[in-house]
Design a protein around this ligand. Sequence first.
Ligand code: ATP
Length: 228
Amino acid sequence: MPAPQPAGTTPLVLFGGTFDPVHRAHISAARAVSRVLGDAPVHLLPNAVPPHRPQPLADGEQRLAMLSLACAPYPALTADDWELRQSGPSYSLNTLRHFRDRIGQRPLVFLIGADSFASLHQWHHWRDYTGLCHLAVVPRPDCPLARDEVQAAFPEASADALRQQPAGLRLMLQRPFLDVSATAIRDALARKGQCPALDDAVIAHIHRHHLYNVAHSPSEPDSDNEAP
Ligand code: ATP
């Protein structure tokens, strides 16, 4: 008879990003990892000053508002403004240290897309992550593999193994596998005013606040031009 498995502890999942704007692949990834880890809570954290890329088009308040709308239907997902309230570059290392201090030995999981995993060797003090968190990696089309040294630093493991220790392992998700990017979405918004990869409430917010040079859509009158 197999030995009974210890229940383990439900991890806390952190998902950082620009979310400029949040899209279907972000929400699907967050829901997938939550489910696989036993309905684990996922905090989605928009960054204030992304260290590896140009500044976002929408400001932090707008990105947080869109994230809150997109998370609202899913009780496990929380839009978290912690990085927006910090000054200086939004290094994930600082965020991980902050949450590690708050949760003690409970498992902490850092969710990233395969493109981020492939460039992890360039991130600020990435080797220190191994003592702070697990990784959960979501596949993304046309992404190279991470370097061998990065893969070796985080040995691949099962969801159950991640629940048994605080940090240091890597969960590779097989899905979702969605060819969606915020860059392509901003482009579609400027050309067509619509994009199927966005939540309806997020699209409505973008039109209401005239974000991303949004083109007028036939279904969405421009309130600035309406008769008083
Ligand atoms: P941009 O096109 O502006 O670079 P993005 O769509 O990549 O934006 P980010 O906010 O930069 O979105 O990404 C936050 C996190 O979500 C990153 O870890 C990224 O790898 C992941 N991610 C974004 N899109 C996908 C996707 N389609 N599949 C898997 N992971 C994704």
